[in-house]
Design a protein around this ligand. Structure first.
Ligand code: SF4
Ligand code: MG
Length: 384
């Protein structure tokens, strides 16, 4: 499959009063057409910040400080080939090098996002149907005149982050958009969608509102749907239904999904490939079967230790003794970030560890990979 999104060496920092926080450190991964790529890690490991960095929603005092985000889009590549040659490689564009208005216009038709808490993602005073119709409308305008939306500040489907400050409290949508909204509600399995469209968010159950948020995220027909802990707030039965829905939609629409979760059960059930994050780094990355059956990084091994059955959807990350290191730059060790907690730590670990590629699809940031495999396979080097 072709790559729709290729994140290279991405770092995101927060410049706080306590100092510089290295929330995401040299993260690389690809998302292919029609696949579900999972990012799994404990809370605070940098997975949400990675997702927000991709979709350009990091806010001050945070900033993406390095890296490339290549996105396959032939139209954009054509448009910028002459004026921004560094931003174009074949059909790929490096989003970070595109003008801000263009980056913003990608939210919806290119990337859309589903969050953990649907209630805070909807405006309580506008009907659900209207809010989805509004997203449809913006998308329709974008299609009929791509340039007209380039300066828009609305990012539908990202409602919780921007709706409050940017959208009017009352929206005006036409019948055609409303019809499409009803269709979308139907598509995500909401019964009586015409009636439900007229209702307000508080009239929806958590699961139904999560479906509605997914409908809103689909309004732009995104290439990549980013789902950040999309089922964490829901009870187990509803979780399973929402995961099935996402999987069905992914197949129907042929889109890719970037699934962010702390839940290994969700990963096992949904994902084709997975990246394991620890302390802001992707420590291991590869096809699901490689990660679950042949984990090389001691963190991955430890995390999987508590899962007797990978098909058990209730599997959670095992608490590994010790603490996640501070992500304050001044306190980050000049060593493997996992060294404090690693049962296999040795003197070789007291240096920064590069990422080793084992067989072209499975990569590991650990000296064990170097010992086990040919060191000349190292795919990147670490600064400093
Ligand atoms: Fe453990 Fe060393 Fe590997 Fe880090 S590099 S995970 S400390 S063995
Ligand atoms: Mg998070």
């Amino acid at each position: 499959a072709d790559t729709i999104l290729s994140v290279r060496d991405l770092s995101t920092r927060f410049f706080t009063e306590e100092g510089q926080v290295n929330a995401v450190e040299s993260v690389s991964f690809d998302v292919e057409d029609g696949e579900i790529f999972g990012i799994v890690g404990e809370s605070g490991s940098g997975k949400s910040v990675t997702a927000l960095s991709v979709i350009d929603l990091i806010e001050s005092p945070g900033r993406v400080t390095q890296g490339e985000i290549w996105y396959r889009n032939a139209d954009l590549a054509e448009e910028f080939r002459g004026s921004k040659p560094d931003a174009v490689d074949g059909d790929l564009v490096d989003i970070r090098r595109l003008p801000e208005g263009v980056r913003r216009s990608l939210r919806g038709p290119s990337f859309s996002m589903v969050f953990q808490d649907p209630m805070s993602s909807f405006n309580p005073s506008i009907t659900v149907g209207e809010q989805i119709a509004e997203a449809v409308e913006v998308q329709r305008r974008a299609r009929s005149n791509p340039r007209s939306t380039r300066s828009r500040t609305q990012g539908y489907g990202l409602a919780s982050l921007i709706r409050d400050s940017l959208l009017p409290s009352k929206s005006y949508v036409d019948d055609e958009s409303m019809d499409r909204a009803v269709e979308l509600l139907d598509q995500v399995g909401i019964p009586d969608p015409e009636d439900r469209a007229e209702e307000y968010p508080h009239q929806f159950s958590g699961g139904m509102l999560q479906r509605a948020m997914i409908a809103q995220a689909l309004a732009g027909e995104p290439d990549v749907l980013i789902a950040d802990e999309p089922t964490t707030a829901l009870d187990v039965t509803i979780q399973a239904q929402i995961l099935n829905l996402l999987r069905d939609l992914q197949e129907q629409e042929g889109m890719s999904i970037l699934m962010i979760t702390h839940d290994l059960g969700v990963i096992a059930r949904m994902c084709d490939r997975v990246g394991v994050m620890y302390a802001g780094e992707v420590v291991e990355r590869g096809p699901l079967a490689d990660i679950f059956e042949n984990p090389v990084h001691p963190y991955t091994q430890g995390m999987l230790g508590s899962i007797p059955d990978v098909d058990d959807p209730s599997g959670r990350l095992e608490p590994i003794s010790g603490n996640v290191p501070s992500l304050l730059d001044s306190e980050m060790p000049d060593a493997c970030y996992f060294a404090d907690r690693c049962p296999k730590a040795m003197t070789d670990c007291l240096t920064r560890i590069p990422e080793y590629e084992l067989d072209g699809r499975h990569s590991v940031r650990c000296v064990l990979a170097e010992q086990e495999f040919d060191p000349s396979d190292a795919v990147d080097s670490v600064d400093g």
